[in-house]
Write a protein that binds this ligand. Structure first.
Ligand SMILES: [Zn+2]
Ligand SMILES: [Zn+2]
Length: 463
């Protein structure tokens, strides 16, 4: 072990010294700028084969009609307007926007509104700035680049030993796990690697990241580490074909395990939308195109196909069960009666899962809540000497726009006045109203999901 490592763990384990460390972490690269920077074309060394190659493949493959692979129409593939064309400058070939927008990154359909997940984050560290044991949201992969400064020590645990690691943490800090079930996701636990290895038999690997090098973490590989001095790093998440089953396991673990946490996006939505995009992009009139023979295209198609068949099975079972119990099931393109068409991130009030394809609710409770809100709005308007009709109209407009789901933060959207439920908890909430007053609004027909899965099978070939 490096001398700095021994020093850090002595501080952590003995608790004898008080050390104060600052860490400029999780800074949105779209706001603060990417460490990769922009390069004036005139000074560019001309070695851009990789970048142009990726760009042309993206143009062929993306199928969103604008040929740039990101659906935003500006042609730079990064979902914003600040790069290539301006001043003739272009992004560095290693810039994470290449990875983020590549069609093999299943995560790209999540959209660019989640910093750190679909947009890079910048990190400024100092001696002993630490990142504690964690896996990525939804067990995603991550890529981390050290731009400059002192090295970072990384500790990592193979995905196959993730459960062993979680058991060990429960043993080492049981009270903390009990008080904070999402302990491992709050990035606050520094369990010494020596203790994990020697007392619990968890394999822990270690490496030193120097400036100019990448560290890639694989799905569900726990990792931790610290800086040896002032440095600047950048990181972003990604999801390859291999990630898909991990992503499913993650959302299941979010609901059931003792290491609870909230989902960040709907797994169902990402798989369905990526599947649709994949099928559209690589379809050719005469059957499977040459392009579809590229290995990653087949492996993405295979993983999405398999997951979509699982999703279809779950939906069929869940919808049938709801019907059997007397709940109405109604196909509704404007999911939830037109209220949340723009927001696919509703959360089950019972289990915190994100039920994109079928959302259950008690219509009676919703109507009562609507009535109360209307009365309150009218009373407020009257007290201010304003028109009651105007207040009612304003409330109606808010609702049409998706309120109360129109919160601008993800946390805001979860603070629901009108609870919704996943299929498993279609009768959840214990409001006392009978099942027939409940409705399940379905967004996509199960057969459509199965058809898409079969269409994706065309890219897989005989297996
Ligand atoms: Zn639920
Ligand atoms: Zn009710």
């Amino acid at each position: 072990m490096h001398a700095r490592d021994l020093w850090l763990w002595r501080i952590v384990e003995t608790n004898a010294e008080r050390v104060s460390v600052e860490y400029g972490s999780d800074l949105d690269a779209d706001v603060y700028g990417s460490g990769f920077g922009l390069y004036p074309r005139a000074n560019y060394d001309g070695n851009d084969e990789i970048s142009d190659d990726v760009m042309s493949r993206r143009a062929d493959a993306d199928g969103d009609g604008d040929g740039d692979g990101d659906g935003d129409g500006d042609g730079d593939g990064d979902g914003d307007c600040d790069s290539d064309s301006e001043d003739g400058a272009r992004r560095h070939a290693w810039d994470f926007s290449e990875l983020v927008n590549h069609p093999s990154n299943i995560l790209r359909v999540v959209g660019g509104d989640i910093p750190g997940l679909t947009r890079p984050w910048i990190y400024f560290g100092m001696l002993f700035s630490a990142f504690c044991w964690h896996v990525e949201d939804h067990y995603l992969g991550s890529v981390n680049y050290l731009h400059d400064g002192a090295p970072k020590t990384w500790y990592s645990i193979p995905p196959a030993s993730a459960s062993a690691f979680e058991r060990a943490v429960r043993t080492i800090v049981p009270t903390r796990v009990h008080d904070t079930p999402d302990l491992l996701h709050r990035l606050v636990t520094l369990v010494p690697p020596g203790v994990l290895r020697d007392a619990h038999g968890v394999p822990v690997f270690q490496t030193l990241q120097k400036p100019g090098t990448f560290i890639v973490t694989w799905p569900r590989a726990y990792h931790a580490g610290f800086s040896h001095g002032y440095n600047v790093g950048e990181a972003v998440n990604f999801g390859t074909a291999e990630w898909v089953p991990f992503g499913r396991a993650a959302v299941e673990a979010y609901v059931t395990s003792s290491f609870k946490r909230n989902a960040v996006f709907s797994h169902e939505r990402v798989l369905l939308e990526t599947g649709r995009r994949h099928a559209r992009s690589f379809a050719s009139p005469g059957g499977v195109s040459d392009e579809a023979r590229a290995p990653w295209i087949a492996s993405v198609a295979r993983m999405i196909r398999d997951d979509l068949f699982t999703i279809a099975r779950e939906q069929r079972t869940g919808r049938d069960a709801a019907l059997t119990r007397g709940v109405r099931v109604s196909a509704d393109d404007d999911c939830l009666g037109g209220r949340v068409t723009h927001d696919h991130e509703v959360v089950c009030a019972e289990c915190k899962s994100m039920p994109y394809l079928a959302v259950a609710r008690c219509e009676t409770c919703w109507k009562l809540k609507d009535h109360i809100e209307l009365s309150q709005a009218i009373a407020r308007a009257r007290a201010q000497g304003k028109s009651a009709a105007g207040a009612a109209l304003a409330l109606g407009n808010d609702r049409a726009k998706g309120a109360p789901y129109g919160g601008t933060t993800r946390e805001g959207r979860r603070d629901l006045n009108r609870p919704v439920f996943c299929l498993k908890h279609a009768l959840g909430g214990a409001c006392g109203h009978p099942a027939r007053e409940r409705v399940v609004n379905t967004r996509v027909d199960v057969r459509e999901i199965e058809d898409l899965a079969r269409a994706l099978g065309e890219f897989v070939g005989p297996s």
